[in-house]
Design a protein around this ligand. Structure first.
Ligand code: FE2
Ligand code: FE2
Length: 262
């Protein structure tokens, strides 16, 4: 099987009704030869320098990523930039194919990234589609924001920050994983108790949640970190590939969080 054949197959998983327009997608090959035969498939959130080195050492033929490699949604390279040049040189020394898997999983009728994160946290509830990359989960059993943060902590999100309500049982979660549009609208909606967000504005959304809780509203904003908020989706992808293609060796590489915490 070639990298192209695998990617074509897993893209079809997400094209529920075949009506989505991918003429301007970022889900393209970022480096390497897509016609190469593959045996080992690595999956991660972001192709960090460390992940590239680890995947290469493991012998990956294909590295599937959710986020850009070169700091721009469509990988427009920074000109005369020493970091870009050094990363290009690092990639030139590998023979891996890097391919992005971003628009397709979010386009899936049940957003694969959100679904994977819900599964990773072991949450059960009723799923509601909202809009691009924003969904809701009405929990069968209410949990407090503290308990929800602890579930992330057990799954690679060690620095979740909570604004607003902390210890009140909550039922309706808005899954604004990564940085989608419309997070403030979700936070304002009286039906939403908790908003999960990858990263957001402290002075605006954070202070809104803090005021809301202080004024007696059940309202929490959980800032999870971009990679930990979406990694459950890519972990799910790795599991799905392993299940459907037992002849391939697959491995999820955790790229960790972008911040050092001092
Ligand atoms: Fe995403
Ligand atoms: Fe993202």
């Amino acid at each position: 099987m070639t990298a192209q054949e695998l990617m074509d197959h897993i893209f079809r998983w997400c094209d529920d009704n075949g009506e989505k327009d991918y003429s301007n997608t970022c889900d393209t090959v970022k480096c390497g030869d897509p016609s190469r035969e593959i045996r080992k498939v690595a999956v991660t959130m972001t192709a960090t320098v460390e992940v590239i080195r680890q995947a290469q050492q493991w012998g990956a033929d294909l590295l599937i990523v959710h986020e850009p490699t070169f700091y721009d949604h469509f990988e427009k390279r920074l000109e005369n930039d020493p970091v870009t040049k050094a990363k290009e040189e690092l990639l030139a020394k590998t023979d891996m194919v890097i391919w992005r898997y971003h628009d397709h999983p979010h386009n899936k009728n049940k957003d694969m990234i959100g679904e994977g994160t819900v599964r990773m946290l072991g949450l059960q509830g009723k799923w509601i589609n909202r809009h691009w990359a924003v969904n809701r989960l009405i929990l069968d059993e209410p949990l407090t924001p503290r308990e929800l943060a602890e579930r992330f902590a057990k799954n690679g999100g060690n620095h979740v920050r909570v604004c607003g309500t902390l210890d009140e049982p909550c039922k309706t979660i808005s899954l604004c994983l990564g940085t989608p549009r419309g997070v403030f609208e979700e936070l304002q909606d009286p039906e939403v108790d908790v908003v999960f967000s990858g990263e957001t504005s402290e002075w605006m959304l954070g202070e809104y949640a803090r005021d809301a809780a202080a004024l007696g509203f059940r309202k929490a904003l959980m800032i999870i970190g971009h990679n930990p908020s979406e990694m459950g989706g890519m972990i799910l992808l790795e599991k799905l590939i392993a299940k459907e293609f037992p002849e391939l060796e697959t491995k999820y590489f955790n790229c960790g969080e972008v911040y050092h915490s001092i």
